[in-house]
Design a protein around this ligand. Structure first.
Ligand SMILES: Cc1cc2nc3c(=O)[nH]c(=O)nc-3n(C[C@H](O)[C@H](O)[C@H](O)COP(=O)(O)OP(=O)(O)OC[C@H]3O[C@@H](n4cnc5c(N)ncnc54)[C@H](O)[C@@H]3O)c2cc1C
Length: 326
């Protein structure tokens, strides 16, 4: 059952589940799935799978080979992301230390251009090798090809086309990380760490995450359920008239608003709907209540929140988590 392979602890069966190791296996699975659906599963930490499960073939790449030469990291899709972060720090390489503690695999990291505490994958991404199911070939894709944006990439826009096999990152040999994120600087200052090392940053990020987020091993969840909306400066002024002071971060000619703030303001923090709930620790996290949730209840709760925030603040929240098999 897919519920055993996702951090929401939800999801019915896969029609066929295959663990694949190499390029040959990927081509085999692709050929098998010529006329049926093929879904690539990583660590299952960014998906909500329906209780009906997934029709067709679900594959999981289990190759965890990781090679580090100088400042270049080359890893297969099955490498556990946080293991790679830890290894990079052991080698004195900077660039992904703020991405400590993100669940999931290296192969999935480019899909939504993972990001946290002022860093995102695109900052250090060099290239990847993927199987292009449209043209039946393995191809190399550079940063431009991947069209990375905030929690977005070509892999979301053309979902199902590419199976990522290997990812290359280029880090910096540098043990003096630059902190760009306020809450992280604040934590380091509070703890008397003035010139943080890479390990200090990793430990700080892990501590903040532990305090702020739900542990998915105990309470099923997929991290932030929604993206932080980016709105025009004009809409930002309109929002301020409705809501008063709003935390906001400028991004070019737009303004990014924390979705958690809007959800909390709308009164959803800690609220439940049937077997699903909004975490009372963090309003952006939807949780599997008592481990007994129905995937549909999580989906319906998410839809209720979207509708309510839209009605109250004229902002449409967009899920970060992908809904599969509904
Ligand atoms: C507690 C918690 C905290 C989180 N915090 C963060 C955070 O701070 N920042 C952040 O960005 N994300 C965060 N996430 C979300 C999630 O961890 C990331 O998006 C992660 O990259 C998903 O990896 P995965 O291997 O679990 O992918 P899955 O959930 O298994 O898959 C996600 C998508 O990637 C596709 N995919 C997976 N592997 C491949 C592949 N090899 N080739 C092609 N497609 C593939 C899947 O088909 C699916 O569409 C968090 C999640 C949880 C549960």
């Amino acid at each position: 059952m897919l519920r055993d392979l996702t951090t929401f602890h939800l999801g019915g069966p896969a029609e066929l589940y295959l663990e694949v190791k190499n390029k040959k296996d990927i081509i085999y699975a692709h050929n098998l799935a010529k006329k049926i659906n093929l879904f690539v599963l990583g660590g299952g930490s960014d998906i909500l799978v329906s209780d009906k499960g997934i029709k067709g073939i679900v594959i999981k790449i289990i190759d965890k080979t990781l090679k580090i030469k100088g400042n270049i990291l080359v890893g297969r899709a099955g490498v556990v992301w946080d293991y790679l972060v830890e290894k990079s720090i052991q080698k004195g390489l900077s660039g992904i230390e703020c991405l400590s503690g993100i669940p999931g695999t290296l192969g999935a990291a480019p899909i939504q251009n993972i990001g946290a505490y002022g860093q995102e994958l695109a900052d250090t991404f060099e290239s990847l090798i993927a199987f292009d199911r449209k043209n039946n070939e393995f191809i190399k894709m550079n940063k431009k090809d991947c069209r990375f944006a905030y929690r977005d990439s070509i892999f979301k826009k053309e979902a199902g086309r590419y199976i990522i096999f290997e990812v290359t990152l280029k880090l910096k040999k540098d043990n003096t990380p630059k902190i760009k994120y306020d809450s992280l600087s604040f934590y380091l200052n509070e703890n008397g760490i003035n010139n943080p090392s890479l390990w200090d940053v990793r430990n700080a990020v892990l501590a903040i995450r532990k305090a702020k987020l739900e542990d998915w091993n105990i309470i099923g969840n997929a991290g932030s359920f929604f993206k932080n909306p980016e709105i025009s400066k004009n809409d930002f002024q309109k929002l301020k008239k409705i809501i008063g002071e709003v935390p906001a971060y400028p991004t070019g000619n737009k303004v990014k608003i924390p979705a958690a703030f809007l959800i909390e303001k709308a009164g959803w923090k800690g609220k439940s709907f049937k077997t699903a709930a909004v975490s009372d620790k963090h309003a952006l996290i939807l949780i599997n209540l008592g481990g007994k949730a129905k995937a549909n209840d999580i989906k319906n709760l998410a839809e209720k929140i979207v509708l309510d925030v839209k009605q109250k603040y004229k902002i449409k929240l967009v899920p970060e988590v992908q809904l599969i098999g509904f």
